[in-house]
Design a protein around this ligand. Structure first.
Ligand SMILES: *Cc1c(COP(=O)(O)O)cnc(C)c1O
Length: 404
């Protein structure tokens, strides 16, 4: 049985006060909160077996290595990768994308085309623009619709045999739209293009099966799914990762080093230069364990109820317009009220202890499309409650009364 009040006890931060009011945390799309079980895994590492991995013969180093590789196996199993070495542990989604983008610098040529979606986070735009500058490849954009979905007819037209790579997020962080990635992957493969899916916003809500999707690269960050910041994943099919040049040079990623010639280590170490975020990697595994214990189907069902309840409540507020009305959405509501600046609503909500995001949400092209400076975004997690949505609704009404 799903008991939200019991689960909330795992998150001490949820019982703190902000500006004299109980915290209502609705900024989960920016980062999620971390349960005690995951925090304890981090402190346990530092208290009991802090040591560098893959190097020492000593006991602590072996324990740390085992825990780190066990976490990699947990992540592999969660995303159903075929091999553990297809899971590269990175600093997060941004680094994972940069790792792939920098690798393609020597694999692309002038005239090649890259296809990106209009719904992307800046971290899935800028590295590809940099790659295009280096290679002379051309970036083309799959346009979006007013509803906040991708224009799939335009996608069919844009995709062609010059297309080398396609990048789309699984879920838009600004609007909550769940993109039709299976269709995008199948169609891209039919034209010989590889696909990278930015799963940062999907991972807390949807369990992606990389083999069933037949996706080439899938990336995410631990901090969006109850894990710590500064750690994430790059999944890649091993035959592709083997072809991709190394990202950074340094220790850990080499087989042999001499001043004449250095040879690189195999996967995953080729892409893991230097001492990683060891505690973070171990905690990433613990976060997935925590969420799987609740169950992703249970989470999705509860969050869908929260979304439906919140949408109905907010739509009743006069002048409130929701951006992103895809039929398939995660629990994100991006909105504005009349011509009130989103920042003003966000500031007043903060006075009431309600944490929402305001601004362009690192997706400026979406805001430009709607010709707005930004939105207020309330994003929900499985630990949010219906009472918190009532407080949000009341808070918005009060803010609007003060600002109009
Ligand atoms: C959060 C997010 C990112 C960036 O993740 P980092 O952890 O900051 O690297 C990229 N894409 C989407 C869709 C996101 O939600």
């Amino acid at each position: 049985m799903f008991d939200v009040n019991l689960l909330r006890k795992d998150f001490p931060i949820l019982s703190r006060e902000v500006n004299g009011q109980p915290l209502v945390y609705l900024d989960n799309a920016a980062t999620s909160q971390t349960p005690k079980q995951v925090v304890e895994v981090i402190s346990d590492y530092y208290y009991r077996y802090n040591a560098n991995i893959h190097r020492g013969v000593h006991k602590l180093s072996q324990e740390a290595t085992d825990a780190y590789e066990k976490a990699r196996a947990t992540i592999q199993k969660h995303f159903n990768a075929e091999h553990p070495y297809e899971i590269i542990l990175t600093a997060g989604t941004t680094e994972s994308i940069n790792c792939v983008a920098s690798g393609y610098a020597s694999l692309l040529k002038k005239g090649d085309e890259l296809l990106i979606s209009a719904l992307e986070h800046h971290s899935n735009i800028v590295p590809w623009q940099m790659l295009c500058e280096k290679t002379g490849a051309q970036l083309k954009v799959i346009p979006m619709t007013l509803q906040g979905t991708l224009d799939m007819e335009a996608f069919d037209t844009l995709l062609n045999y010059k297309t080398q790579l396609v990048f789309v997020n699984h879920v838009s962080n600004a609007l909550g739209t769940i993109n039709h990635i299976q269709e995008i992957i199948e169609k891209s493969h039919a034209k010989g293009a590889k696909v990278l899916i930015d799963g940062a916003q999907a991972s807390p809500h949807i369990k992606a099966d990389v083999q069933a999707l037949d996706v080439d690269y899938y990336v995410t960050s631990a901090h969006k799914l109850c894990g710590p910041t500064g750690v994430g994943m790059l999944y890649g099919k091993s035959e592709l990762l083997n072809l991709l040049p190394a990202y950074q040079g340094g220790g850990e990623m080499i087989a042999t080093v001499s001043f004449e010639k250095t040879t690189y280590a195999g996967l995953p170490h080729k892409f893991e230069a230097g001492t990683p975020n060891i505690a973070g990697g171990i905690a990433f595994g613990a976060a997935l364990d925590y969420m799987n214990e609740i169950g992703f189907e249970v989470i999705a069902k509860y969050e869908a109820e929260l979304l439906a309840y919140a949408t109905t409540a907010l739509e009743k507020i006069e002048g409130l317009k929701i951006y992103g009305e895809a039929l398939e959405k995660t629990a994100v509501i991006s909105f504005n009220v009349g011509s009130i600046h989103p920042y003003d609503i966000g500031s007043i909500l903060d006075q009431m202890g309600i944490a929402v995001r305001t601004g362009h949400h690192c997706a400026q092209p979406i805001m430009d499309f709607y010709k707005i400076p930004g939105t207020v975004r309330a994003s929900f997690s499985f630990y949010n409650t219906f009472e918190e949505i009532d407080l949000l609704e009341k808070g918005i009404r009060r803010a609007v009364a003060m600002l109009q």
